[in-house]
Design a protein around this ligand. Sequence first.
Ligand SMILES: [Zn+2]
Length: 245
Amino acid sequence: MSTIVKSKAFVLNKLDFGDTSKIVNFYSNEFGRVAGIIKGARSSKSKIGKIVDVLNLVEIIFYKKDGRDIQVVTQADLISNYTNIKTDLDKLKYASSIIELVLKLTLEDDPHKRLFSGMEKILQRLDSEQTEPMLLFIMFYKFLLEEIGYGIEAGNCSKCNSKLSLSKEVLYNFELGFMCKSCGADHLINYKFSSELFYKIICLSQRNKNCSYNKNELENIISFFEKFLIYHVDEYNGLKSLQMF
Ligand SMILES: [Zn+2]
């Protein structure tokens, strides 16, 4: 049995199917990731085909049938098409990276409303604010890691629990977490943080608005998150969007 349902959803990607249709991956508020077919979407006259474009926030109506891999989408209305993001290469790079993270790290039919709303907020900010796009991306990346159960705890040494000094180099092991120098001597070290960079990680986790980040620090933090995720998630092999722009 199928029921007609409606949900706000982001368009994650789309590909041609047959002569006239498209298959689209959505990230929806109500149902998590959903794959849908839009019949006739490739016709130049198809209104729905134009609205359903990667990155757009839409409201979709589809016939939801449990156990079916691809749902039939019958209607889509545009909520936002993020014009400012699409006309700025730097913003587009990080918006595409956000979309790619959600595509790669969420499951079908696994609703996660906090993640949806976090995604909506960050894309809104990316579209309307002058804040460094790379920083907004990092804030989303960190939030996503927490939401999917891979929060990065910074503060105390994971072995001896002593408070990590902000004036010394801090060590990191992907299994154990952050470590002080003396505990680190007995373990494999995957990453070394300078005291400056560690301080910025603390800033991020405390959402400290008084911190500023230079480009190099932001790149280092992204590279750390990427290595962390590649280590922990089997099929994850890094973001293509970061290399594409
Ligand atoms: Zn220690």
